[in-house]
Structures are given as C-alpha cells and as structure tokens.
Design a protein around this ligand. Structure first.
Ligand SMILES: [Zn+2]
Length: 472
C-alpha cells in the first residue's frame, strides 16, 4: 500500500495533484485537469490514470485540506518543477488557447508586408476631356488618364479603401497588396452624372462614378471604394454634383455602393484667416446639411478648401472637433492638398490633424510618379504592403522604431515585427546539388543559415546548412 504524504486539490473542481511516499522520495502521481469526485473516502480521477493507480484511499476532506496547504509550501520550497519532471509523472498538457491575434501564416520573406508604410491618397477634381481645341484645364483629369490611373494602380498591386477606413486602421486588402484612396473634391458635375429615362436614372459611363463602376465590373477584386469631399447645397453653392434635385439621391447611391462622403465646408472659402466661430460654422454647417440630405452618412474625414489651413495652429483641432448650431462634429482626420503619400495610421509619423494628398497630375510628385517611386523603392519611404490580416500590424524589424505600438495594442491588434530574411513559413536555404554542400572557406566563419521570426531560433548556426543568399 502506498503511503500518501499529501494531496492537493482545487476544490472548485479542476485540478488534483497526488503525492505518495516511496522510500524517502516524495513523488507526484497524477494531475488531472478534468472532473473528479470525492466519494466519502475515495477519490476518482478522470481521465483514467493507469489501472493500478485509479482509485486511492484517502482521508477525510479536513485532512485533505491540511495536506493541500503543506504540499503547496513544500512544492514551492523544494522545487515543484523538478518533482514534476520525473519520469513517473503523468501530466496531461492543456492546450494553450492563444490570447489575441496571431501572426498570419504567410511567407514573410517573400511578401515582405509593411503596414507602417505610406498610403497614397489621390486627389481628383474634374474628370473630363477639354473641349476640342482647348488646353487641359487645371484640376482636371482627362477621362482616358483617369481610366489609365485605375489600370496603373491595379497592376501595381493597389486596391482602393475608403479614407475613413485608411485613417482608422481598418485597412482590409489582400495579402501582398497595398491600399490606395481615391478622393474627389467639390462634388463637381463630372464626378457623378445621371441620365434620365422614362422610368429610371442611369449612371453616365464617362463620369467618375461610371468609370469606377465599369472598372469594378471588369476587375471584381477592385471594390467600389472612394471618398467624396462634397459641398452641400447652400445659398451660394449648387446642388452636389450639379444636377438639380438629384444631390441627395446621388449621395445615397454613393453610400449604398460602399463609398463615402467627407466634409469640405459649406462655402469653400480659405480657412487661413477665419476665427474659431467661423471655422466651426463652415465645418459644422456642412456637417449638418449633409446629414439632413443623407441621414445615413457617417462623416469622419475633412478636407480643407484649397488645402489651406488656419494660420493659427491653435485652431487646427477645430478641423477635427467642434460644434455649430447645436450639432457637434467629430472627425478622424483632416487633409490638406499636397503632396506626399499619407503615413500609415500605425506609424508614429501619422498626424490626423494634418495629412496630405497626392495630386492627380502627370509629372513630378503626381500620381504616376509616386506609384512608380513606391514600386521601385526610390520614394524614400516604404510602401504599405498588407499582411492580409487587419488584426495584425506586420512590419520588418528594421522599421520597428516607426511603430506606434501603444496605439496598435489599444486597438486590440498585434504589432508584429518580423525578421525580413526569414521567419514564419519563410524563405528556404538555397542548396547546391546536395552531394557537395556549398561552404564558405574563410577560416573562422562557418556557413550560417539566417533564420528568424516567431518559429525559428534567432541566429542559429547549423553545421550542415547552406548559406542563404536572399538579398534585401
Ligand atoms: Zn475643393
């Protein structure tokens, strides 16, 4: 008969640890993580331990409790872990449930996601062709150029997101692709025109909405996403998008399609010299009018007319938050007009009070120039490349100083810095024909396999591994 020296239980029901004395050794017998029952003087364990250890005669619950306390003390004093490691122990290991988001199972070395990279926010005004014989007008993109912009962006691996999703870090584009935001200012007629028939209204094929719709139908993985910074109808501004009586319906259509409305003030005046009350009247007044026309609109981004900000920086917070006529407004971000891509919302460089947009022009720092520079690495700033999981913000370790880890965590997301040369499901070593290992001959320098990331041992040297030659 084994002589029990103790028994530790969690009386609320899940864990029981038994020790017995064999010679002078105290040995743990069994830990169960499931149900057990105290049947007067017997304890049954489940799952079933080995047959001869299934049922143990024990003492009354009072003694059991006393033993529990003494055991807890002796385990902590004499190194419970070493006891548990002896071979007689039968320890069912609970499967740990991961807490929070985990890094996606992608080839980091190949895809090189960087969710601290920059995002192009393109600014359009008119989409139309000049009249025959006339020069192109400023703030006007020809229909052919706009169509080609979409092709260029698509082929370069961009997919559109709404601006409010971009600034609020709800960026959901497939693995390896990059977000782009298309914005349209002033609710100009060329952005959204309707053709009226006897019983319906048809979107004109050559307005911006019609062109995007056709592009979306030809490329289903290019969703209908865009942000319209509209001017609401007022004493001095026309119906949004020009056609009388159809502004509200057009706004509804934009929202139904998954696109969004932003605020561009009431009168489109420069904010440079405005007082605090005037700024709130312009922004809050537009906010109120848009919601009256389209109660379902969720306005959360603002673009300053002509990109002009109040000269007094102390007034800038009013671009994001204020109140007019009893109606408060609160936005996620405010935009000027020029000239660079926007920092990632997870980057420490992200300043929601003043973000920039790229003009839809040809030439230096225009849309095509930035797309090219971000593709070939000459932009001087990294491009945002998605890891495909909006709950994880992945970036190469070298860019870690840019990460706003506190913000990422506060959003319930995982900030994941990976080794750019390998890692989870990462690159594999290049091997020669297998019979002759490719080796380095410099004395003192052994061939090393570069490894890293969550699943690998950092800096591990393996005798037989061949050198990795993946370049940066
Ligand atoms: Zn404007």
């Amino acid at each position: 008969m084994r002589n029990f020296v103790g028994l530790m239980t969690n009386f609320r029901g899940k864990i029981v640890l038994l020790l017995y004395n064999k010679g002078n050794q105290e040995l743990p017998l069994y830990i169960a993580f499931h149900n057990y029952s105290i049947d007067s003087h017997r304890i049954g364990l489940s799952p079933r331990p080995p047959r001869n250890e299934r049922i143990f005669t024990v003492f009354s619950p009072v003694i059991v409790r006393r033993f529990a306390i003494s055991l807890a003390c002796s385990l902590s004093l004499s190194g419970g872990c070493s006891l548990l490691s002896r071979r007689q122990v039968v320890v069912p290991t609970p499967i740990p449930t991961p807490a929070g988001p985990q890094p996606p199972k992608i080839d980091f070395a190949r895809i090189r996601p960087n969710e601290l990279g920059v995002i192009p926010v393109i600014m359009y005004h008119d989409i139309k062709d000049p009249k025959p014989g006339n020069k192109p007008r400023p703030l006007t993109r020809s229909i052919a150029s706009f169509k080609q912009d979409l092709e260029v962006l698509y082929k370069a691996g961009y997919r559109p997101v709404n601006l409010s999703d971009a600034v609020n870090d709800r960026i959901d584009v497939p693995t390896g692709l990059s977000p782009v935001v298309l914005t349209f200012d002033d609710a100009r007629a060329s952005q959204f025109q309707l053709k009226e028939s006897a019983d319906s209204l048809q979107v004109e094929s050559n307005c911006a909405v019609g062109i995007m719709d056709a592009f979306h139908k030809a490329h289903p993985d290019w969703p209908m996403r865009a942000t319209f910074f509209i001017l609401p109808k007022s004493k001095t501004t026309m119906e949004p998008f020009g056609q009388l009586g159809q502004g509200g319906q057009k706004i509804d259509y934009i929202l139904q399609q998954g696109m969004e409305i932003g605020n561009h003030t009431v009168l489109h005046k420069s904010l440079r010299r405005m007082t605090s009350a005037e700024i709130q009247q312009e922004i809050g007044g537009a906010h109120k009018s848009i919601l009256e026309a389209a109660p379902n609109a969720k306005i959360s981004v603002f673009a300053a007319p002509m990109g002009e900000y109040p000269r007094d920086k102390k007034l800038w917070p009013l671009l994001l938050k204020g109140e007019y006529g009893g109606t408060p407004y609160e936005y996620s971000a405010a935009f000027t007009a020029a000239w660079r891509p926007m920092p990632s919302p997870s980057s420490l460089k992200f300043n929601p009070a003043r973000l920039e947009r790229i003009d839809s022009v040809d030439g230096l720092n225009g849309i095509r120039d930035w797309i090219k520079k971000l593709s070939d690495g000459t932009a001087g700033m990294p491009r945002y490349i998605s890891d495909g999981d909006p709950q994880v913000i992945s970036y190469p370790k070298g860019d870690a100083p840019l990460a706003n880890v506190g913000k990422i965590k506060a959003e319930g997301k995982l900030a994941y810095a990976y080794e750019p040369f390998g890692g989870t499901g990462g690159s594999k070593p290049i091997v020669s024909d297998g019979s002759t290992p490719a080796t380095m001959t410099k004395p003192g320098i052994g061939p090393k396999r570069i490894v890293g990331g969550a699943s690998a041992t950092p800096g591990a040297i393996t005798e037989t591994a061949k050198p990795v030659t993946r370049g940066r």
